[in-house]
Ligand binder design. Structure first.
Ligand code: IPE
Ligand code: IPE
Ligand code: MG
Length: 246
């Protein structure tokens, strides 16, 4: 029984951190206060994921569609990521956390790109949790960039059109080398993926929780992991319990 429980720990959990603005509004605060409080949840959940022996944690921090927000909020969100890396990189490195960034690296402001590259480089050899930060990330944008690279490879004679398969696509996604998410959690009660990991989510378990991201904490995270453990993943096949009990 305990073995069964252990095998039910997801290898990769991805989170759509939503509801910062509503959390702030509920308190009569500016939206930026919600984002600021959200960073505290990030710290808690990164530690909790490590403690739960999860190998990959992906956090959706800024989508390719979030450019539609007011200039001041965009500046705020970029600033928060900058502050997070500056303040937390040393701690994360000490905790053996490896950082990976996914998303389009064009259009990032000022010193943000070099800072992200530095975070990846510094932690490259770490072996505990891999923290994947999805920043300026959009799934359709990612897949379109893959298509462009495939087309270029074919045009240059490096591959034939008939060699294009799921593996060739996986190898060119921003998430190359990262296993598909086993569990995707979205906070704030919205029930949609909002252009997050569409290809990679083919067989992910989806979980929608009502709490706003700044209210999300370790306990709620462990509750979600417990619920995940009770799910029956079939991947198009038959239930394990059916096969075992037949
Ligand atoms: C999530 O909170 C953070 C980002 C999208 C960057 P929101 O800012 O989307 O908060 P709501 O959904 O407006 O409450
Ligand atoms: C998804 O949240 C993006 C992030 C959490 C970074 P949004 O708040 O941008 O999604 P929609 O607009 O409600 O679908
Ligand atoms: Mg939102």
């Amino acid at each position: 029984m305990s073995d069964h429980h252990l095998s039910a720990v997801p290898e990769h959990v991805a989170i759509i951190m939503d509801g910062n603005g509503r959390w702030a509004k509920q308190r009569g605060l500016p939206r930026t206060m919600g984002h600021r409080k959200g960073v505290e949840s990030v710290r808690d959940i990164v530690r909790a994921a490590g403690d739960a022996h999860i190998k990959y944690l992906t956090l959706f921090a800024f989508s390719s569609e979030n450019w539609r927000r007011p200039e001041s909020e965009i500046t705020d969100l970029m600033g928060l990521l900058r502050t997070f890396i500056r303040r937390d990189l040393a701690d994360l490195h000490r905790e053996n956390v490896r950082i990976r960034i996914i998303g389009d690296r064009e259009n990032l402001r000022g010193d943000l790109l070099p800072l992200l590259l530095e975070a990846e480089e510094t932690t490259r050899a770490n072996t505990a949790l891999t923290l994947v930060i999805a920043f300026n990330y959009g799934s359709r944008d990612e897949i379109a960039r893959v298509a462009a690279r495939l087309a270029a490879d074919v045009a240059a004679g490096r591959m034939r059109p008939e060699d294009i398969d799921a593996e060739a696509i996986n190898a060119r996604l921003d998430t190359a080398g990262i296993p598909d998410p086993d569990l995707i959690i979205r906070t704030s009660g919205e029930e949609r993926l909002s252009n997050f990991l569409l290809w990679q989510a083919a067989y992910s378990e989806l979980m929608f929780v009502p709490e706003y991201w700044p209210d999300f904490n370790r306990d709620l995270f462990f509750k979600a992991l417990e619920k995940y453990a009770a799910r029956d993943r079939r991947f198009g096949g038959l239930s394990k319990t059916l096969v075992a009990g037949s």
